[in-house]
Ligand binder design. Structure first.
Ligand code: NAP
Length: 242
């Protein structure tokens, strides 16, 4: 019997890379990336044995998302899991933030997640099963100075998770979100030492998280062990937000 199929957006590095590696033990993986083809190819080679594939697609572009879903369906005939992980930051203080910085973050983080959910929902509704996991952030729960665009996008992802969970539950589809705190990736490597030290002082465990610590929670939310959980936000932040 063929294995279940999982699409992970933004899987060329960071948290998405760790999710692809972790899920590849149980699923055939479709890795999405936007720009870094070589990095995606390197990750693809490190996945556990399986029928894996990678697709370039800008999730903020609805037509590209539709084409990506069609391509996956043509190749595998099903999509069982989607992890909406692709995301960016373009930080600035409120009064300095440009329209472009605001819109770019909303377009990729929020609308990109919406496009993927909308196009996979049709497929999962026919299957009468599916798991959708959206990557939010503690910033979407608590806000953060200098990140009005990012906070709005992740707050939107959390609200959308709950709305979609209610719509899709009768069709056997679970929709949840993971809200990481500070995790060691390229995204947080950009932060100054002062910001990192301030962040660490606010974390009960006094350290940043590892990408695998997010991937393991995503794995649980994709598995049959979480079949009675939907519309939830699981915070994974070392005790930063309680
Ligand atoms: P990262 O290292 O910066 O990687 C971002 C990933 O998203 C890359 O694979 C990138 O692809 C992809 N991507 C960017 N724009 C895209 C687009 N338009 N279409 C498709 N893919 C796109 O980020 P990360 O730290 O792993 O974060 C992953 C997710 O977790 C994000 O949603 C982020 O907001 C969230 N998060 C991260 C942290 C943290 O501390 N790191 C905390 C809370 C939440 P390319 O490589 O091809 O550019």
């Amino acid at each position: 019997m063929s294995r279940k199929v999982a699409l992970i957006t933004g899987a060329s590095r960071g948290i998405g890379e760790a999710i692809a590696k972790t899920l590849s033990q149980d699923y055939d993986i479709v890795m999405n990336y936007a720009n870094r083809k070589e990095s995606a190819q390197q990750v693809l080679q490190q996945l556990a044995d399986g029928n894996h594939h990678m697709i370039q697609c800008d999730v903020s572009n609805e037509q590209q998302v539709k084409d990506m879903m069609d391509e996956i369906l043509a190749k595998y005939g099903r999509i069982d899991v989607v992890v909406n992980n692709a995301g960016i930051t373009k930080d600035n203080l409120l009064l300095r933030m440009s329209e472009e910085e605001f819109e770019d973050v909303i377009d990729i983080n929020l609308k990109g997640t919406y496009h993927c959910i909308r196009h996979v929902a049709k497929i999962m509704m026919k299957q009468r099963s599916g798991k959708i996991v959206n990557m939010a952030s503690v910033v979407g729960l608590c806000g953060n100075a200098g990140q009005v665009n990012y906070a709005a996008s992740k707050g939107g992802v959390i609200a959308m998770t709950k709305a979609v969970a209610k719509e899709l539950a009768p069709r056997g589809i679970c929709v949840n979100a993971v809200a990481p705190g500070f995790i060691e990736t390229e995204m947080t490597a950009q932060l100054s030492d002062t910001v990192k030290q301030t962040a660490i002082s606010s974390i009960a465990m006094k350290r940043f998280g590892k990408v695998e610590e997010i991937a393991n929670v995503v794995k649980f939310l994709c598995s049959d062990d979480s079949n009675y959980i939907t519309g939830q936000v699981i915070t994974v932040d070392g005790g930063m937000v309680m």
